[in-house]
Ligand binder design. Sequence first.
Ligand SMILES: Cc1ncc(COP(=O)(O)O)c(C=O)c1O
Length: 468
Amino acid sequence: MTTGRSADDVLADLATLRAADPPTHGGRVLSYVYDPGRADLDEVAAQAVRLFLPVNGLDPTTFTSVAALERRLVAFARDVLHGDAGTVGSVTSGGTESCMLAVKSARDLWRAADPGRAHARPTLVLPTTAHPAFHKAAHYLDLDVVPVPVDPATGTPSAADVLAVVDERTALVVVSAPSYPFGAIDPVAEVAAGAAARGVACHVDACVGGWVLPWWGDVDQPWDLAVPGVTSISADLHKFGYAPKGASVVLYRARERHHAQYFATTAWPGYPVVNPTMLGSRGAGSMAAAWAVLQVLGTDGLAELVGATRQATDRLIEAAGAVRGLRVVGTPTGPLVALAADDSLPATEQVDPFLLIDEVRRRGFLLQAQPAMVQPDGSVLPRTAHLTVTAVTHGIVEELVEALVAAADAVRGLPAAVPDASLAGRVLTEGLPDELAGVMATLEALPGEVVHPLLIAVLAAAIDPARE
Ligand SMILES: Cc1ncc(COP(=O)(O)O)c(C=O)c1O
C-alpha cells in the first residue's frame, strides 16, 4: 500500500529526474534529439498530444479522428516523397517499426508468391551501413540477413555488389537515403531497377532523409518513390519532421504491399482484431502532434529549417575537415556527419575519435561514438564520432567548431583508446563511467557473441528495480 501524493509533489519529482538528462534543446546533443529551435512548435505539439491523449488508435472505425489524421499524414508524406494515387501506407511508432513492417510485408508477399515458400526462410539483402532495425526485423521475422560491404572511403555499396547477392530467396533489398553511420545515399536507382528486373521488392530507408532531403538542394540522385522499382519507403516524423517521439511513416507503392503489413484474426471469442502495425492499442498523441507540427510549418517552414540545417552542416564539414588529424568520412549528403582519424598522417598527428568525444563532452557537446567494423570482405570501416546536425545547430555552430578544434588539440597524437578487459565487469557493477573511450574501444574489440549479452546485461541492470 502506498499513500497517494499531491500532483505538485509528483511533478517536482519528475522534474528532478529530467534535470539529470542532457539538454534536449539548444543543440548540445548531436544525436537522438531533433530541435527546430522553435518553442511554438513544442507548444502546439504538447497541446495536440493533450487533445488526443485519451484516444485509442486501435480502432479507427470507433475513433474516426485517428483515421482522418493518419490519412492526412500519409497524404502529406506521399506528396513530399513523390508517390502517386496508388501510394498508401501507415503511421507507425518510429523508424524501427516502419522498417520492420516493410520487411514483414515483403516477407509475406514473397511467401505468398509460391506455395513451396509458405514456410521458407527468405533473405534480406542490405549494405553493412543499413540501420539495425533491419537486423531486428530479420531476427523477429525469420529472415537471413545478407550483408553487402560498402566502400570504406565513401560509405556506399556498389549497386553491382548488392545485386550480385539478390536471388530467388531474396524477399527485400534495402537501401538508405542517407544511411546513419556516414550520411551517404546508397545507389537507389540502380539497385531498385536491378531488384525490379529480378522481381524483388526494394525498400528505401529514408527515416532520416525523408523529411530533410526534399529541401536539401543539390542531392545528385533520385532516392524516393519517383524511382521506378522502389516498392516501399520509411520517413520518420520524429526526426526531421520535428514531431515528439513516436511517429514515422511507411509508404508502399501499391495497396497489396500495404495490406501484407496488416495482421487480422477472428480466431478468438472477442472483438475482430485488425492491426496495421506492431501494436494493439496505440496512442494517437504523437500522430496528432506530428500532424500539427507539419501544418504549422508547411513545406515552406520545413524548407526554412532544412536551409539552416544545411548551412550548419556545410560549416561543420568545412571546419572539421580542416582540423589536423581528423577527416570527414566520404561526402555526406544530408545532416549526418562522421569524423574519423586522418590515417594519411603519422599516428603522432592523428586524432582518435573516441578520445575526441570525451574531450568535446567536457566542452559541453555530446557526440556519438561509432565503433570500427570489419566487413564480410575483410575491409574495415573506421571508428568515428557521429554528429546529427539539426536546425538549431545553426545558431551554435561556431561554438561547436571551437569545441571540436580545442578537443582535437588536446588529444592529437595521443595513443588511440584501447580495449580494457577489466572494464566489462566494472561497468556491470558500477554503471558506465563518464569517459567512454575505453568502454567503446572494448566493445569494438570483442566479438558480437560476447558483447551482445554484455550490452543487454548493462542496459537491463539500468532498469532493474534492485538498483532503485
Ligand atoms: C536510417 C535510419 N533508419 C532507421 C532508424 C530507426 O529509427 P527509430 O530510432 O526511430 O526506431 C534510424 C534511427 O536513427 C535511422 O537513422
